[in-house]
Ligand binder design. Structure first.
Ligand code: 5AD
Ligand code: SF4
Length: 358
């Protein structure tokens, strides 16, 4: 099938085969794909943009993912963890700036036991704000404790569904366990967010097509798609540079940016009513990255609500945006950017529409 036929098919049926996805990923007419996703976004989730205040509360991680600056073996990062009261205070401030959701994100830091997390969650829930967790792989029981304490949503990216690549890049972790965690999150009734990194060394377009079908099969309520950004303080740096890993996609920032936009747009066509964030990594690679994403299928932005030096220290990849800004500045800066493209900030909690109809 040619590009136009595939586009027409997905607009009618919200479904695609792996080969059809592959054709869309390969297109040299991405603007048509982005425009179609923008239209579907407008029709199904409207012009409002949901803001989520991101609180990066600990950069300590027991995992060792080869692409990530927070990996356990990276000695070049000053580690921090915020006290529960500080986290609660940041959430309170976020609410006072008009946010209706906070996202609590950290490395996999064992300091925050289920008890501590549930105290933090229930204290924040008193501010009448939605709580999203993004704190990694846990047991079913732990996920249940957080849910019982009031957590509404959970983000756990699958990163890639290519088993060999996953287990090469995330040593000591397994793809099966990751999938099981996502199933458990779904089973417990969280609004379930997942997603992938696009442009990982060794990742193929075929595997990305499979990733997209995996996200649809869950089905996720939210899909976060980030372009891969090479971190010089990770083992991937040497590997990419010495080309030991077979690089089938060019590990090139602008390629990764465009490819990530394509993945996002395809997800919007396949899953018209889910929440899709314009990710920070997109803005790192392109100064207008998040606004371009909002015009190619996205409907969510997650401004940083972490304070002070910690913003800089939470460095998954280099060139992170807004590291010297305050939460207050980010809140109002993003609002004016969003207004400048003719969109408005949602006043509601922004629950996934896909969840509402379940
Ligand atoms: N480039 C892009 N995204 C990254 N992440 C971690 N390291 C990188 C990188 N070098 C992403 C992972 C993780 C999320 C919090 O950050 O997808 O799930
Ligand atoms: Fe830890 Fe997540 Fe980074 Fe992996 S991607 S090292 S689990 S913070």
């Amino acid at each position: 099938m040619i590009f136009e036929e595939i586009l027409n098919k997905v607009l009618k049926t919200n479904s695609l085969t792996e080969n059809e996805i592959l054709e869309l990923l390969k297109t040299d007419k991405p603007q048509k794909l982005f425009a179609a996703a923008d239209k579907v976004r407008k029709k199904n989730v409207g012009d409002e943009v949901h803001l989520r205040a991101l609180i990066e509360f600990s950069n300590i991680c027991k995992q060792n993912c080869l692409y990530c600056g927070l990996r356990r073996d990276n000695k070049k990062v000053d580690r921090y963890r915020l006290e529960p009261e500080t986290i609660i205070d940041l959430a309170k401030k976020a609410k006072s700036y008009g946010y209706q959701t906070v996202v609590l994100q950290s490395g996999e830091d064992p300091y925050y036991t289920s008890d501590i997390m549930s105290q933090i969650i229930s204290a924040i829930k008193k501010f009448d704000i939605a709580v999203t967790l993004s704190i990694g792989e846990k047991t079913f029981e732990e996920y249940k404790v957080y849910k019982d304490a009031g957590a509404d949503r959970y983000l756990l990216r699958i990163e890639t569904t290519d088993k060999d690549l996953y287990e090469k890049l995330d040593p000591q972790m397994s793809l099966e366990n990751r999938k099981e965690c996502i199933q458990n999150i779904k089973k417990l009734g969280y609004e379930t967010g997942s997603g992938i990194i696009v442009g990982l060394p060794g990742q193929t377009l075929e595997s990305i097509a499979k990733d997209i079908l995996y996200l649809k099969s869950i089905p996720v309520d939210m899909a976060g798609i980030g372009p891969f950004i090479l971190n010089p303080n990770t083992p991937l740096n040497d590997k990419v540079k010495s080309e030991k890993l077979k690089v089938e996609l060019t590990a090139n920032d602008q390629n990764n940016f465009e490819l990530a936009l394509k993945v996002m747009a395809i997800l919007r066509l396949l899953m018209p009513d889910i929440n899709i964030p314009a990710t920070t990594a997109m803005e790192t690679l392109n100064p207008d990255g998040r606004m371009i994403a909002l015009q190619s299928g996205a409907n969510v932005v997650m401004p940083n609500a972490t304070e002070g030096e910690y913003r800089k220290l939470y460095e998954l990849y280099p060139g992170k945006i807004c590291v010297t800004d305050t939460p207050y500045k980010c809140r109002f800066c993003i609002e004016s950017k969003i207004n400048s493209i003719g969109r408005s900030i949602s006043q509601g909690k922004g629950n996934s529409k896909s969840k509402e109809i379940l």
